[in-house]
Design a protein around this ligand. Sequence first.
Ligand code: MTE
Ligand code: LUZ
Ligand code: MOS
Length: 762
Amino acid sequence: PQVGISRVHEAAHLHVSGEAVYTDDIAEAQGTLHAALGLSPVAHGRLLSIDLEMLRRQPGVVAVLTVADLPGENNCGPLVHDDPILADGELRYLGQPVYAVIATDRELARRAAAMARQVVRTEALPAVLTAREAHAQGLYVVPPMHLSRGDPAAALAAAPHRLDGEWAVGGQEQFYLEGQISYALPQENQGVLIHCSTQHPSEMQQLVAHALGWSAHQVTVQCRRMGGGFGGKESQSALFACVAAVAATRLRKPVKLRVDRDDDFLITGRRHGFDYRWSVGFDDDGLLLAAEIDLISNCGHSADLSAPVMARALCHFDNAYWLPHVAMHGYCARTNTQSNTAFRGFGGPQGALAIEMILDGVARRLGLDPLLVRQRNFYRPGQDVTPYGQQIDDHLLQPLTDQLITSSAYHDRRAEIAAFNASSPVLKRGMALTPVKFGISFNVVHLNQAGALVHVYTDGSVLVNHGGTEMGQGLNTKVAQVVAHELGVPAHTVRASATDTSKVANTSATAASTGSDLNGKAAQDAARKIRQRLLPLAARLLDCNETEVVFNAGQVHGGDRSMTFQALVAQAYLNRLQLWSDGFYATPGLHWDRAKLQGHPFYYYAYGAAVAEVVVDTLSGEHRVLRADVLHDVGQSLNPALDIGQVEGAFVQGQGWLTCEELVWHPQSGLLLTHAPSTYKIPTANDMPRDFRVALFDAPNRADSIHRSKAVGEPPLLLPFSVLLAIKDAVAACGPARCDPPLRAPATPEAVLDAVEATRAM
Ligand code: MTE
Ligand code: LUZ
Ligand code: MOS
């Protein structure tokens, strides 16, 4: 078999040797010009004028473009058309692109672009910089969303115990190592080719066409690979693609726009920070009886993907737990900051984190082990319909959690930690186990489709093109494995080509973790059609029945004879058989009422759980993750090595979100102060759990997914909730029994010290 085995990422040798071609590595065509963006110096204001003459006089400057130079629509927003490519009259956030300088080289373009404070005249308007303030003023990018079941008010009033809380979690920068970039080359007869680092080539094609006032067939978008996307290149690669394309077609010269890291921070959005306000009712055992919650997301200045992000947050507040009576209210707050967007988990982490904080608080109130309270609240047969109406038909979390409790020696280590803390006044240890249930499918039904194109050449080599994009996750490797498996050929004879809108049309973003589910199935469909076409010929040549023909390891067997795949293909060509095929897939059984937030939005769920143990220095507020044990469900893995890599990477990325990555905007000017790695701290090798044990749960997907595998990209980002709650557990050891430390997220040393101080005073 070619699936279910640990094949090395097909470009790994290129990644490590520096030979892998990213957009900026593509050999530049003669006459290539370089663009840079002039950014709004104010968070909110009226744009009075731009001194274009001054900019045009700068060395190397060839042209300066403003909104007046856009031939078509001034929008790069994906759903709601409310996202200007270049500012038009109103300045909405500090960092918003106002003009584009096109120059003979990149440094000169950047130098001129950086003169924004001198050349842009503005009239300042009052800015709204926090989601709470926007919510108080009723400023939203889309209307509020409500999802409820039962009678939470009555259940809350009747509950033996009640807990009210307010909490917040910060946003997170994607910090893809390759920044945003687009390289546009004008083509003959009013066409343009754009090399773009994007998760969504088809949407780039569409938005560029609209910006140019052209048709889609005039625009081709290509992406060989990204140096990471993490959601940040699902919609927000569009602004750069549009500027490069408009400049290139206007000047009839190739134009490259590669954004500097600081500008990338200032221009683009990231994971939404959330504010929460909740009331829950529960009994003496910690069983949740009622929950009411407001979720307020900081969306920034435009809608972008904030509506589906909030919908996913609402659909993940339940996480693993049965909530008989629940009311959720989602508010998408409009602020004068960068427009927030997709980031691994897409609102799911922000939804599920709230219930995990709540359950931790409930357990501490009652003096129970939080793990026990979690297990008591798990969905179980008979109590297994989500608030949005989807029935859960597998109950993997109980056995998965039991297995992890045993393999991590949870109970023994709890006792050891208690003993350690009793004799250690400064260093405190803590531990937590948290589960994950994550819904797989785009929560917009029509996006769950994919296409592929498989070419078999007469020498037996195979080229596969599909609608997905490669961002390091190993999608091309998995799809090539699927095709190799279907055709019974060695994996190295299958090559994946760059993603290209002229090969597979109308694709969805590679997002929602669905890349291999969707494109794997589409490629399988294409390969299967080719195999079907080859069958009658193979049977004839091997002198056997079609049902006896087997494709395996580059050989075609039938009866007691066999021939090579290559020989069969050569014969097929001479017999004028079509040796290439398209393939298509649409996920079955999905329906979703977007207004009522009810239906069956997910094809299946992916599960996982993690136990983290930390040690906290209560004098410095620093912590270390001593050990993390992860058991994660990827169904029947297509490629265990890639999947374990995804789980490890997501774990550490989520750890960064919750412990060290902190975004700070200046409270008056609205400048994002943390706009470089000097001030914005992503986790490094040093922050990895000292002892990191990742295992895959052994159970095939019950749904008919590609070879019964499950999506892996996003769900494990929720596993390091265990790290945050382990830190909280350690801080609780500083206070009296049943104390509930007020720990902020991210749990930076400052946040931990504040929590320690407050807990000591309890
Ligand atoms: N892994 C790497 N190395 N780089 C990335 O940018 N993006 C994540 C995840 N894993 C990402 C990654 C996100 S946000 C998603 S949605 C999925 O990969 C997308 O790819 P898939 O659907 O093929 O898993
Ligand atoms: N829904 C979703 C979406 O669940 N994940 C996504 O990445 C997405 N992107 C666009 C629209 N809906
Ligand atoms: Mo991932 S946030 O769905 O690109």
